[in-house]
Write a protein that binds this ligand. Sequence first.
Ligand SMILES: C[S@@+](CC[C@H](N)C(=O)[O-])C[C@H]1O[C@@H](n2cnc3c(N)ncnc32)[C@H](O)[C@@H]1O
Length: 240
Amino acid sequence: MDQNNIGDKTSDFYDYVWTEYLPRVEGHNRWLKSLIGEDDIRDKVVLDGGCGTGIGAIGFKMLGAKEVMGIDISPGALSTASNLAQELKLDISFQQRDLLNLDLGQRSFDIIYSFGVLHHTGNTRLAFENLLRYLKPGGKFVLALYVKTPLTFLHQGLRKFLLTLPAFTRIPISRLASVTMIGKKKIIRGFDGEGDALDWLYVPHRDHYTPEEIRDWFREHGMEMKLLVPYTGRFKSTSN
Ligand SMILES: C[S@@+](CC[C@H](N)C(=O)[O-])C[C@H]1O[C@@H](n2cnc3c(N)ncnc32)[C@H](O)[C@@H]1O
């Protein structure tokens, strides 16, 4: 798949996923609070890079962030995010942006949060560098990527096979997978199991990384990486 194709297909895919499957705000907020802590969120300026349904951006705002911007490549996801924020009467700026070609002008952020996004772009490292340009000195970059483990080749092999099957098989297979594959943390993050399985199995592009690889990326910028959630899922192989 060439780079343009990845962006277009990913955008189309999430136009569907993020209008059909919506996470639960309360469950997600509890999870976000346990991950980052309200004291570290209060009064901060936050960028949610690849905000999807806006659930992260909404969580940051509800937990006391001063200002929040959510960006994503998928118009469908952004419209879900704006509607959700409007329903909750939250002032959040949602904008369509491509992380591989990012210009946010003079903006800078105390926290840049990007959960389960960069590994879908086709150029994780470029997306990482692009986001990092907008982090204030001393700021926090909260990043979640698919982990690379000895089982990754099995996950990817299964995915590539499933992608060759007719499209009508996707929902029943995702439903089945949600019962058999999804670890506890997925439910805790406030996401629906079937939607999560669909995302896990059928997203057009996905790359995996070891924590050591990512640590090196941060080190090159003089930053220290703290591993918040190492490995999760039934076989400790499915983590973001
Ligand atoms: C698995 S979803 C995660 C959404 C959200 N961060 C969350 O925690 O629910 C990945 C998101 O990344 C977005 N995305 C993928 N490639 C992108 C790109 N090049 N630029 C901006 N957003 C992108 C997708 O549209 C999708 O909404």
